[in-house]
Design a protein around this ligand. Structure first.
Ligand SMILES: Nc1ncnc2c1ncn2[C@@H]1O[C@H](COP(=O)(O)OP(=O)(O)OP(=O)(O)O)[C@@H](O)[C@H]1O
Length: 243
């Protein structure tokens, strides 16, 4: 069964200069997929367009059978999409518990307390100190809180924009261990990553975006020795150099 389907997506900040140009892919339920590519390729723009935060100029995004193209973020959450942006993904002046409470507002009142408890159980680092200010957490714990906020509504698909950004190697390891647990629990994962090694350790399939177009869609095995990835990335650099 297909969890997420993107067909002929054109998206960006100016209709006359789309950043994402005709990208199509689909992700079966339960699969973990990473989106790789050189700086400026349009990875963040694409994931934000799928998450309803950047304008779609053409094409379709479907979550299961539902067309979600261009729906605002809160509607996407109701339809089963979780999105963890790269920055400003938690409220640092509020406690861990309050951060979860705000995310829980989208749930029926009767379900809120149980879902918050489930997240505090799932993330023991957070469960040990629910009254601590989110701003006092380490970078890795902040990413866990951001993921917990997104998972609270039990999304079918969880998308993350560079969960390793700004983290030390040790914290990257912690965050990816958490993502592996989330993936193992059956949630479909789509993540944009600059940290190729970490991304390939988690996902079985990679999409490579070069200059807003899909340059590769296949098993991560082919990318482990780095030469194909290098070719894809270098091809882009050569094109830039000749421009
Ligand atoms: N808010 C914005 N307004 C206008 N242009 C933008 C905006 N955000 C990004 N861009 C442009 O869109 C292009 C793609 O950027 P994007 O951040 O999507 O790439 P990326 O592949 O995620 O890069 P990186 O790996 O460096 O984060 C770049 O040319 C960038 O300058």
């Amino acid at each position: 069964m297909t969890a997420l389907s993107v067909q002929g997506l054109h998206a960006g900040y100016d209709r006359d200069l789309p950043i994402v140009k005709g990208v199509s892919f689909s992700v079966p339920k339960g699969e973990a997929v990473c989106i790789l590519g050189p700086n400026g390729a349009g990875k963040s723009t694409m994931i934000k367009a799928i998450a309803g935060q950047v304008a779609c100029f053409g094409g379709h995004v479907r979550l299961g059978e539902t067309d979600i193209t261009g729906l605002p973020s809160h509607e996407l959450v109701r339809n089963g999409m979780g999105f963890v942006p790269q920055t400003e993904n938690i409220f640092t002046s509020l406690t861990i518990f309050e951060n979860l409470q705000i995310a829980a507002q989208l749930l029926p009142r009767a379900d809120r307390a149980a879902r918050i408890d489930a997240m505090l159980d799932m993330f023991p680092d957070l469960g040990a100190r629910p009254r601590e200010l989110a701003g006092a957490l380490s970078g890795g714990q902040r990413q866990m809180l951001a993921a917990a906020r997104a998972l609270l509504t039990e999304p079918q698909v969880l998308m993350l924009d560079e969960p390793s950004a700004g983290l030390s190697p040790k914290l990257v390891g912690q965050v990816f261990d958490t993502l592996r647990r989330i993936s193992d629990s059956g949630v479909t994962l789509v993540l944009v990553e600059q940290n190729v090694r970490a991304a390939l350790s988690l996902t079985s399939r990679a999409l490579v975006l070069v200059d807003g177009e899909l340059a590769h869609d296949g098993s991560t095995e082919a990318l482990h020795d780095g030469s194909l990835l290098g070719e894809l990335f270098l091809g882009h650099r050569a094109a830039e150099a000749n421009a």
